[in-house]
Write a protein that binds this ligand. Structure first.
Ligand code: XMP
Length: 326
C-alpha cells in the first residue's frame, strides 16, 4: 500500500543503513523538495544532520524566516544560516545579462556552500569525523530526465541552485528518488511540515535576481519584494494558490513610466504580473486570473509601493515565452 507513512518508514530504514553514524549535510533552498528530503533524514538520523541555508538576498519576503523559524520548529533540525547577501550583491553589481546573472549566482552559491560545509566539518570534528554524505532532494522525474543513472554526474546542476554543489566530494543521500511531486507533498505533510513550505509554488534558484530586469541592486530588490508579496497575498486570499502554477512578478527596472499618484506626476517603474498554469513547467498558459483579483493587486501595488506606478499583465503562453522573463 502506498501511504506517506509507509514511505517514511521505509526511507528511514534505508537512510540509517546507508549513513550509519556518519555526519550528513543538506543544502536548504526553501523549496519543497530539499525541505522534505531534509525532514526525512532528520527523522532517520537526528543530530547527525546539519542543514545549511544560504541567504543570498534574492529571496521573497518572509522566505528566510520560513526556513529559519518554521522549518526548524517543525523538524528540530540543526541549521546553519549563512548571510551572504552582500557577497551576492557585490558579485552582481553592473551585470544585466540574464545568463551571466545565473552563472554568477550559481558560482557564488557553491563557494558559500563549500565554506559552510567545511565549517560544519570543523565544528563537528571533535572526534575527527568528516561529513561524508550530502542530502539531495532529487525526485523521480529528475532521475528519468537525467537518464536514470546513479551518481552526481547525472544530476542536472541547473535544476536547483539551493541544493546541488555537484563538484563536492560527498556521497549522495536521495530519499525522494522514487517519488513524484504530489507524493513528496504528502510525505512532507505527514512529517509535520507547515503548509507554507509544502504547498510552496516553484521558485527559481537564482530567485529575484532574474526578476529584476536590468542591474540587480538592494533597492530594486526591496521594491520587487514588496510588489511580489502583495501579489502573492491577493492570489492566496482569492484561493488561487493551487490553480495558478506560479506568478512571477517582474520589475522592469530600466524602464520608466509616467503616472499620477497622490498629488502629482510620478516617473516610476512598471511591474509585470506573469501568472501561469502548467503541468510541469515545460509548457504553460497564461492564467485567467479574475479581473477583480488583478484589480486588487494593481491597486495595492501602486498604492503601497511608491516606486511602482504601473502594473501590466503578461498574456503570452510558453512557448513562445518562457515563464521567467530572464
Ligand atoms: P522557464 O522560465 O524556463 O522556467 O519557463 C521553467 C521553470 O523553471 C524555473 N526556473 C528555474 N529554476 N533555476 C531553477 O531552479 C533556474 O535557473 C531557473 N530558471 C527558471 C521557473 O521558475 C519555472 O518554474
Amino acid at each position: 500500500d502506498w501511504t506517506p507513512g509507509n514511505v517514511i518508514a521505509e526511507q528511514v530504514e534505508r537512510i540509517r543503513a546507508q549513513v550509519g553514524d556518519a555526519r550528513v549535510i543538506c543544502g536548504l533552498s526553501g523549496g519543497v523538495d530539499s525541505a522534505v528530503a531534509a525532514a526525512l533524514v532528520q527523522r532517520a538520523v537526528g543530530d547527525q544532520l546539519t542543514c545549511v541555508f544560504v541567504d543570498h538576498g534574492l529571496l521573497r519576503l518572509g522566505e528566510p524566516e520560513q526556513v529559519e523559524r518554521d522549518f526548524v520548529a517543525a523538524t528540530g533540525v540543526n541549521l546553519k544560516v549563512v548571510d551572504a547577501r552582500e557577497r551576492f550583491l557585490d558579485a552582481l553589481a553592473g551585470v544585466t545579462d540574464p545568463e551571466e546573472k545565473r552563472k554568477i549566482i550559481g558560482r557564488e552559491f557553491i563557494r558559500v556552500f563549500e565554506v559552510a560545509a567545511r565549517e560544519v566539518v570543523a565544528e563537528s570534528g571533535a572526534h575527527g569525523e568528516e561529513v561524508r554524505f550530502l542530502v539531495q532532494g532529487t525526485l523521480y522525474p529528475d532521475v528519468v530526465e537525467s537518464g536514470g543513472g546513479e551518481g552526481a554526474a547525472n544530476i542536472k546542476s541547473h535544476h536547483n541552485v539551493g541544493g546541488l554543489p555537484d563538484d563536492l566530494q560527498f556521497e549522495l543521500v536521495e530519499p525522494l528518488r522514487t517519488l513524484f511531486k504530489d507524493e513528496v507533498r504528502a510525505v512532507g505533510l505527514e512529517l509535520g511540515l507547515p503548509d507554507a513550505i509544502v504547498w510552496r509554488q516553484p521558485f527559481p534558484g537564482p530567485g529575484l535576481g532574474i526578476r529584476v530586469i536590468g542591474e540587480v541592486t538592494a533597492e530594486r530588490l526591496d521594491v520587487l519584494r514588496a510588489a511580489d508579496a502583495i501579489a502573492r497575498e491577493e492570489l492566496t486570499r482569492a484561493g488561487l494558490d493551487r490553480t495558478v502554477w506560479q506568478c512571477p512578478v517582474v520589475l522592469l527596472a530600466d524602464v520608466r513610466s509616467v503616472g499620477v499618484q497622490g498629488d502629482g506626476r510620478t516617473y516610476g517603474h512598471p511591474v509585470v504580473l506573469r501568472p501561469v498554469t502548467s503541468e510541469d513547467a515545460m509548457t504553460a498558459d497564461w492564467a485567467r486570473v479574475p479581473y477583480d483579483v488583478l484589480s486588487r493587486i494593481s491597486t495595492r501595488i501602486t498604492n503601497e509601493v511608491r516606486e511602482i506606478n504601473r502594473v501590466t499583465l503578461d498574456v503570452t503562453s510558453k512557448p513562445p515565452g518562457t515563464i521567467e522573463w530572464e
